[in-house]
Design a protein around this ligand. Structure first.
Ligand SMILES: [Zn+2]
Length: 245
């Protein structure tokens, strides 16, 4: 739904001098308000110019367009970098690394159980939970929790971090049964060093992608200065003034 700029806060003359450039807020048919609207209130100038962040440009003045291939690569790389949320990361790393880490983290039995189950990515969830434990606690703390869980008969007897983990497990998996709670703890203890190695590996991978992105950006923006110089020549600056009341 379109907004009508009906409350002018600032204005100045348009380039031809017959009208104005105005800035203010607008309302739509539902009385919703939009702040920060800017319009050219002159039929002639409105036909000729468009408003950009630092002035007016001829309506048909093109946007900057860099090398198309570099542009595609840029958005692909940014996608991977921005979607990386830490953790085990394997979702975005392609099949090879995904399989490598799956076999590193899981026992043959767990892999078989996972492949037999119809739920895709069960293993990913289990590893994710145990990886969170490894992120949050030291190996010693996890070993202590593991020891408690091996010696207690019920999770109500757990104390300290072991109890904390059990509560977290209940929140996540809806069960606090000791034989269930201990599974990710065992996994976290077993994989502790692997998780730390994976973090470092991922970090290196991400920074290599960032480096690549920097290079691709340089290619994409290689004519930008020239474009900018030409753009400035066509740019018409103006200065809005507060409307006197
Ligand atoms: Zn005008």
């Amino acid at each position: 739904m379109s907004y009508d700029l009906d409350h002018v806060e600032m204005e100045c003359p348009c380039p031809c001098g017959k009208g104005r450039i105005v800035y203010g807020s607008g309302t739509n048919d539902w009385n919703q308000i939009r702040e920060g609207m800017e319009e050219i209130w002159c039929p002639e100038c409105n036909k000729k110019f468009k408003i950009v962040s630092d002035g007016l440009l001829p309506k048909d003045f093109p946007e900057y367009k860099g090398d198309a291939e570099a542009g595609n690569k840029m958005s692909h790389l940014s996608d991977i970098i921005n979607n990386y949320r830490g953790g085990i990361g394997v979702r975005y790393w392609g099949k090879e690394l995904r399989d490598k880490r799956k076999h590193l983290y899981l026992t043959d039995e767990e892999i078989k159980a996972d492949e037999d189950s119809k739920h895709n990515d069960n293993w990913y969830m289990a590893i994710g939970f145990s990886k969170n434990l490894a992120d949050k606690y030291t190996l010693e703390e996890l070993k202590d929790a593991q020891k408690q869980m091996n010696h207690c008969k019920a999770s109500t007897q757990l104390e300290g971090i072991a109890q904390e983990i059990a509560i977290h497990h209940k929140h996540y998996y809806k069960t606090i049964k000791l034989s269930n709670v201990i599974v990710p703890v065992n996994m976290a203890v077993r994989n502790y060093q692997h998780y730390k190695d994976a973090d470092r590996e991922d970090e290196e991978y991400i920074s290599s992608l960032k480096e690549e992105l920097k290079n691709v950006k340089a290619i994409y923006y290689k004519d930008f200065e020239e474009y900018e110089e030409n753009r400035k020549k066509h740019l018409i600056s103006y200065k809005l003034q507060d409307v006197k009341r």
